[in-house]
Design a protein. Structure first.
Length: 93
């Protein structure tokens, strides 16, 4: 029950933050006169990176706890995974 409410709240937060930061990133790219295809690529990548990092940041500690590992170890894991995932998403978008 509590986990479901927590995950639901984090999912809503992921949508909200990715939307807000994507809009901000889009306007920043437009302000610097970035060509439209590049602006859309950067905006899409930004949205995907923010959304996935929030979801991963919410789920990973819970998974580690279920596996019997200290959830505090998730912070460094999330940093490494998001560095790699951020580069991969940026390249593929």
């Amino acid at each position: 029950q509590t986990q479901n409410r927590f995950l639901s709240r984090e999912l809503r937060m992921a949508f909200a933050l990715s939307a807000i930061l994507s809009v901000a990133g889009f306007f920043r790219a437009v302000a610097f006169q970035t060509p439209l295809p590049e602006t859309l690529a950067v905006t899409t990548a930004l949205s995907m990176i923010v959304f996935s990092s929030i979801c991963l940041g919410a789920v990973l500690p819970l998974l580690l706890q279920k596996a019997g590992v200290d959830p505090a170890h998730s912070s460094t894991t999330i940093q490494v995974v998001m560095d790699i995932l951020g580069v991969v998403l940026t390249v593929f978008v």
